[in-house]
Design a protein around this ligand. Structure first.
Ligand code: MN
Length: 253
């Protein structure tokens, strides 16, 4: 079993170190990750420009082969699946991200974009995030639990073009309530637009993003589950077709 590990925080992030190390108990791990932070980059894909993918010799676990690339998270997955590696991976695992990816966050997330890229290739994938953006974030408790989720995916498989989005609570691991299978909840973003003037007299704009809130009432949503101290596991699919709306707009034409 060959496991590709990537992320969007970059190859120097302690989240990917903990995840890759934990996954060595599940299969043969290879890391292909960005050489810089691509957080909130969405599903960026690089076409028509050079990409570098160099062996990365500073990965803290020497037995794990690692490559640092100049590309985005989705590029890392595409590179690995299209020939960078001698044989393609059986599963892609992305993370552990510094910060949750809940509700509408998945449309911004580079962590989740890497797993959508895997799903496009028809490879099962798991995105993993910890609801802690601080420098003190500790990934060591989440990593072995993420490895157990990956083990389940390997044993049971996933339908084509689907993936799992896993989020760990901010609270100490000793208080976690176990795993809860969820659906996407609703985020409430607290962004503000700040306007100023540059030294040349031209206006600039700055979108100031405070930590997003969300509707926490329903523990069957990812936001509610993480808020209540559960580890949230949300199945996602590439096909975002809205079948009810399809029926509705048929009457328009
Ligand atoms: Mn990130």
């Amino acid at each position: 079993m060959k496991i590709l590990v990537t992320n969007d925080d970059g190859i120097t992030s302690s989240g990917i170190h903990a995840l890759a190390h934990a996954l060595t108990s599940v299969g043969d791990v290879v890391v292909v990750a960005p050489d810089k932070n691509w957080s909130i980059s969405g599903h960026q894909k690089s076409l028509g420009r050079f990409l570098r993918a160099d062996p990365y010799l500073h990965f803290p676990h020497q037995a794990i082969p690692a490559y640092a690339t100049s590309g985005a998270p989705a590029d890392c997955v595409a590179l690995a699946l299209m020939g960078l590696l001698e044989s393609p991976p059986d599963i892609v695992v992305s993370g552990i991200n510094r910060g949750a990816n809940l509700g509408q966050d998945i449309t911004y997330s580079g962590t989740v974009a890497a797993t959508f890229e895997a799903a496009i290739f028809g490879i099962p994938a798991v995105a993993v995030s910890l609801d802690d953006r601080s420098e003190a974030a500790n990934f060591n408790h989440a990593a072995p639990i993420a490895a157990r989720v990956v083990q389940q995916v390997i044993e049971h498989g996933l339908p084509h073009h689907t993936l799992l989005n896993v989020n760990f609570p901010h609270a100490p691991a000793s208080t976690w309530q176990g795993l809860r299978v969820t659906r996407l909840g609703k985020r409430r973003y607290e962004d503000q637009l700040v306007k100023g003037e540059d030294p040349g007299g031209q206006p600039w704009y700055w979108i100031k993003g405070a930590e997003p809130a969300g509707e926490t009432d329903d523990p069957d949503t990812d936001i509610g589950a993480v808020h209540a101290g559960y580890v949230s596991v949300t199945p996602l699919r590439l096909d975002m077709s809205d079948l009810d709306l399809r029926q509705t707009i048929k009457g328009w034409f």
